[in-house]
Design a protein around this ligand. Structure first.
Ligand SMILES: Nc1nc2c(ncn2[C@@H]2O[C@H](COP(=O)(O)OP(=O)(O)OP(=O)(O)O)[C@@H](O)[C@H]2O)c(=O)[nH]1
Ligand SMILES: [Mg+2]
Length: 465
């Protein structure tokens, strides 16, 4: 029956304790195996530790709610969730009003191109009408500075049920699925993997594109292991096949559940590649106040997995990518060097974050889109060799220190140099056997002036080098 409904995926985001999980319970009919706050630590601490999935039917839609943790340290789960949703409910408690992670999650959603959001003012049983209106109006002014396409406002209490039906109506009217591409190789990021007694490994996730059916062989990436689908389920209902947009559990006994982690992908064998570096077209977050420097270590979420990465900003001169030590103003392109291999393809969204900063500061540097995945990340750096003028003669000038041997000096003949005083010159010929060069300058120079010879050195860049 569920197979005739259109699947949509809606994230629940917002500051810790603002009532996301309680709202998921109020809206839902079925909780999945990786359901709400099942983690033992979750029950102990009374907070959400990991993504939780529940579902309910809403008119022609079957809605999967993706409940995320509000705790600042668990922001990577929020970003992972943002990659698989069509819209989000941003929950703000009426008693507390917007807090740090309210804003941070809004930036994550905007960076990940989630265009439709519903601001849910929650716990209205704890605040009077005036207070509710004030929280809503603060949210309206925050939203005014952001670029969401569609924003709705609803006030609810998960405790009394007030506003829940209206929230359902608003969701039915505003949330639309992102385009689902069926006619493409199967691709699904895994969010949970576990072993079921008598069945073996089950991997759950949201199918990003393509189709698969029972009996098909899939490849686990980046590991590269293959396995056959024995059965498929959506919220414990068995089915024969699945396609883009579905939330499914795939039973693949050939795979070992312990080797699968969040952000691994199941795909049509041979259809995706892995990489340890990529070129990003970046969209800086205007609220990020920190500096960007070469080799800066960040957390990069590429599709679903988060990886420690180094940023190497560069500018393009002709076909050469020249590394910049520091970026003043917004960077446009950057190389990202990853600590480990991940699945990547051009067009994938990447979120760049400073997880080393305290969560009260803006941690999101910006986002980007992968525009190129080179086989080797080759970047160029300006290399400066310097020497000094040792003698000024009537016909030429002698320069020492640019080379130490005649052979090296010979290689420099014909090259342009300049002095620290701004004179341009040409290295004309070698002089003697010690690497001294004879040069001509375009103006007066004197003994002791520094002479610089600049070259571009192209090197392969890797994380940690
Ligand atoms: N009075 C009242 N309390 C609520 C309401 N919704 C949630 N709560 C309470 O607020 C506390 C936090 O609720 P949760 O739903 O777990 O909050 P959360 O946003 O999921 O928290 P994290 O997942 O840890 O970020 C719990 O004690 C809930 O019982 C509400 O509508 N009214
Ligand atoms: Mg929760």
């Amino acid at each position: 029956m569920m197979e005739h409904l259109i699947p949509i995926h809606v994230g629940l985001m917002g500051h810790i304790d603002h009532g996301k999980t309680q709202l998921a319970r109020a809206l839902s009919q079925k909780v999945s195996t990786a359901g709400l706050d099942k983690h033992p630590q979750s029950q102990q601490r009374g907070i959400t530790i990991d993504l939780g999935f529940t579902m309910f039917v809403l008119g022609k839609y079957v809605v999967t709610l993706v409940d995320s943790p509000g705790h600042a340290d668990l922001i990577r789960s929020v970003v992972a969730g943002a990659g698989i949703i069509d819209a989000a409910l941003v929950v703000v408690a009426a008693d507390e009003g917007p807090k740090v992670q309210t804003g941070e999650h809004l930036i994550v959603l905007q960076s990940m191109d989630v265009e439709t959001i519903i601001i849910v003012v929650s716990k209205i049983d704890l605040a009077d009408e005036k207070r509710q209106a004030s929280v809503e109006s603060t949210m309206r002014s925050i939203i005014a500075d952001l670029s969401f396409k569609r924003v709705e406002y609803v006030r609810v209490s998960a405790l009394t049920g007030a506003g829940i039906d209206r929230l359902r109506d608003v969701m039915a009217r505003t949330v639309t699925p992102r385009p689902r591409i069926r006619d493409a190789p199967f691709l699904m990021p895994v969010d949970h993997a576990f072993s079921v007694k008598g069945h073996g490994t089950v991997a759950t996730g949201t199918v990003l594109r393509g189709e698969a059916k029972v009996g098909d062989s899939l490849e686990l990436m980046p590991q590269g292991q293959k396995g056959k689908i024995r059965s498929i389920q959506t919220f414990s209902e068995p089915r024969e096949n699945t396609s883009a947009g579905d939330r499914v559990g795939l039973n693949i006994p050939d795979l070992e559940s312990a080797t699968i982690s969040r952000g691994n992908y199941l795909c049509q064998p041979g259809s995706v590649r892995t990489t340890t570096s990529a070129i990003l077209q970046t969209k800086p977050n205007p609220l990020y106040r920190g500096r960007l420097t070469k080799g800066m270590v960040v957390s990069a979420t590429i599709g679903m997995p988060s990886v420690t990465a180094e940023l190497v900003p560069f500018r393009t001169e002709g076909t050469t990518r020249v590394v910049e030590d520091r970026v003043e103003g917004p960077m446009s392109q950057t190389a990202v060097l990853l600590q480990r291999e991940v699945v990547a393809e051009t067009g994938m969204r990447v979120l760049l974050m400073r997880t080393d900063l305290p969560p009260t500061q803006m941690r999101i540097i910006g986002s980007g889109e992968i525009v190129e995945i080179p086989d080797k990340m080759m970047l160029s750096r300006k290399h400066v060799r310097s020497g000094r003028i040792t003698r000024v003669r009537s016909a030429d000038v002698l320069v020492k220190g640019l080379a130490s041997r005649k052979e090296t000096a010979e290689a420099l003949v014909g090259s342009s140099v300049r002095t620290s005083t701004g004179r341009g010159g040409l290295l004309a010929q070698t002089f003697g056997t010690r690497g001294v060069l004879s040069a001509q300058f375009d103006g007066p120079v004197k003994v002791g002036d520094m002479v610089m010879y600049e070259t571009m050195v192209e090197e392969e860049y890797k994380f940690g080098h």
